[in-house]
Design a protein. Structure first.
Length: 200
């Protein structure tokens, strides 16, 4: 199935390496239902870490604003940098852990975050595989969706923070839905190449 791509892009060396530059938007994250049930049983809540906002449906998670980003079309990939906020895990007993200032390597399938805001403690936060069938590019906007899994670094940090053994690497962690605006066309943009095709 071909991606519904119909936007101008900035050339990046060759047509096959063309890149869509992003100019704002946000990603809404939800804790997956299986993990939400485990957290509820352990009396651990997940709320937005400022300046992130809550998901629009009120479910556990966070909505984080994009600071900058790009999507490479062939091969499909790119990078995202988020503006500050993220996730706050807390148990109501003075135990709390924040993951903020997210950065996502769409090409490598890894997202990193700062632990408790420390610039010296950026860890691999989640892993994912970008699915071409869940990438939509249209005039002026881009959308991504999918699921990420927990890394061993995140699992260890959470288990240590709360004195638990309930967090495990490789387990489904977050569902995400991103809606971004695309940077306005400038004079050095070139016509877009053929849309990549999803496997199968």
């Amino acid at each position: 199935m071909a991606l519904p791509v119909a936007v101008p892009v900035r050339a990046s060396g060759s047509a096959r390496a063309a890149t869509v530059l992003l100019d704002g938007g946000s990603t809404q994250f939800h804790i997956v239902d299986s993990l939400a049930a485990v957290l509820n049983g352990a009396s651990i809540t997940v709320r937005p870490a400022p300046p992130a906002g809550a998901p629009s449906d009120g479910k556990p998670g966070s909505t984080v604003m994009l600071e900058s980003g790009q999507i490479t079309l062939a091969p499909l990939g790119g990078s995202l940098t988020y503006a500050g906020g993220g996730f706050r895990f807390a148990d109501g007993q003075a135990h709390q852990l924040d993951f903020t200032h997210g950065q996502a390597d769409l090409s490598g399938g890894i997202a990193t975050a700062l632990v408790n805001g420390s610039p010296d403690n950026r860890i691999p936060f989640a892993r994912f595989k970008l699915d071409p069938a869940k990438v939509r590019l249209e005039p002026g906007k881009a959308a991504l969706s999918g699921t990420v899994t927990m890394t061993s670094s995140t699992a260890v940090a959470l288990n240590l923070a709360f004195g638990k053994t309930i967090f495990r690497a490789g387990e489904p962690f977050l569902e995400y839905s991103s809606e971004f605006t695309i940077a306005p066309v400038t004079s050095d943009r070139e016509p877009m190449p053929s849309a990549p095709t999803a496997p199968g």
